[in-house]
Every structure is written in C-alpha cells, then in structure tokens.
Design a protein around this ligand. Structure first.
Ligand SMILES: Nc1nc2c(ncn2[C@@H]2O[C@H](COP(=O)(O)OP(=O)(O)OP(=O)(O)O)[C@@H](O)[C@H]2O)c(=O)[nH]1
Ligand SMILES: [Zn+2]
Length: 219
C-alpha cells in the first residue's frame, strides 16, 4: 500500500468496528522518521523524570533506540501500510483436510502496561478453492501482535483477517500467552498463562473438528 498518497489507508478499516484497534484516522500522516524523532523526545523526558543521566554513554542513545523499536518493531502492526499481502494459490491438488500452522511465535505488548506478551499462536483452516502460502499465516499473526493489545482482540483480529483473506469462514485460532504484567508486577504470578480461541464456520459447528485441531496442536 502507498503510504505517501493523499488517500491514506485507514487502520483496520476492513475489520468490523468492534475489532479495530483504537487508532486515530490520521495517525500515519507523518513519515516513520518524524514519529521516531517525536517519540525519542518524549522518552528522553521520561528518563530524565526518572532521574537518569542522559550524558552517560550507555543511556544517551536509549531514547532513539526505544523510539525505533516502537515504530519499526514492536508497534509496526499499527500502520496499515504494513498489513501483509496474503498470497493464495489455486487448490489444484484438491487438499480439503485440516491445515494447521502450530506454535507460531508470538510477541505482543500489553496495552494496559506496555510490557511484553509472549506466547504461541496456532491457526488452522479448511481449504476450499485456494490454499494460502504458509508464511502468510505467521505474518497475519505478527501484524496483529505487533501493536498494543489485549489477547481477546488479538485472537479475534487474526481469525477475522484469515476469514477475509482466505475467503472461508472455516478458520480456527488458539493463542496461549504469558503476560509480563501478570508475571513481573501486580499479582506477580509466574505460572499462570492465558488461552483464548476463536472458531468460525465448520470449526464452530463441528465438535469433532475442534477436537482434532486441539489434538494436532497438542492440547
Ligand atoms: N482481559 C484482558 N486483561 C488484560 C490483558 N492484559 C492485561 N490485562 C489486565 O488488565 C487489567 C488492568 O487492570 P487495572 O486494575 O486497571 O490495572 P492494575 O492496577 O495494574 O491491575 P493489576 O495487574 O491487578 O495490578 C489487569 O487485570 C491486567 O491483568 C489482556 O490481554 N486481556
Ligand atoms: Zn498488562
């Protein structure tokens, strides 16, 4: 997508309103470099407020490092220009059984505390006329993970994106994740983890299919 044209892509415009990450419509009007410079300035102010000496050679580059990390890595999924192009191939081989992409690495960020969410995503679909390039399943997970999140919305965004791009409602998503906000602060519980799931089409209707999916991901 062209991020320099007058008509800028609206974040998550293709998702139902309730599933959109709350992002201002003009959030991506400025180029990434301007955003990085502005965030670095704000982060420097936070560090100063914490009492840190920015003259220290280890700390001096931190504001810009953090800003780059936010814009280019952790939160790159906020920018609709980074939405993956999900390539489909004709299903000439007539594969119509369950396809499971399991143990997809998941790094996200808790939108309440801005600390990591770390886990695995498992996605599955029943191919109809087309099959998807496998890596695109990982890319869809990453696109929605790389933004401030709650796990429930992330799960439903991934499912909805897959339904739309694969052209079938027969999609399953299960995410298991550790929330650093639960582990490292607050209740300080390092053993609990959070599982969320979304089942569409035949996965919602057919308990045996769900069981088979869960068996294949080792649940
Ligand atoms: N539903 C949901 N809650 C989340 C997620 N990530 C973090 N939270 C919770 O968001 C809640 C925010 O609650 P608050 O009471 O405003 O924040 P807090 O005072 O820091 O709460 P504690 O974590 O209990 O100390 C906490 O209970 C978090 O555990 C998520 O992905 N989904
Ligand atoms: Zn949190």
């Amino acid at each position: 997508m062209d991020n320099d044209s007058g008509a800028r892509p609206v974040p998550d415009a293709h998702l139902p309103a309730g599933l959109r990450t709350p992002v201002l419509p003009d959030a991506f009007a400025a180029p990434d470099e301007a955003k990085i410079a502005a965030i670095a300035g704000h982060f420097e102010a936070i560090m100063r407020e914490l009492g840190l000496d920015l003259a220290d050679d280890s700390l001096a580059g931190t504001p810009r490092r953090v800003a780059k990390m936010y814009v280019q890595e952790w939160f790159r999924g906020l920018n609709p220009a980074n939405r993956p192009d999900v390539k489909l191939f004709e299903n000439r081989y007539e594969y119509h059984q369950l396809l499971v992409e399991r143990d997809i690495t998941l790094f996200s960020c808790c939108e309440h505390h801005f600390v990591p969410i770390i886990g695995k995503a498992h996605v599955a679909y029943l191919p109809a006329g087309h099959v998807v390039g496998l890596s695109k399943l990982n890319r869809v997970v990453q696109h929605y993970a790389r933004r401030p999140q709650v796990q429930e919305r992330l799960t439903r965004q991934v499912a909805e994106e897959l339904k739309q791009s694969l052209g079938t409602p027969d999609v399953a998503v299960l995410i298991e994740a550790d929330h650093l906000c639960v582990m490292s602060r607050g209740v300080n519980d390092t053993s609990s983890s959070t599982l969320t799931s979304e089942y569409g089409g035949r996965f919602a209707a057919d308990a045996a299919l769900r069981t088979e999916f869960l068996r294949q991901i080792g649940k």
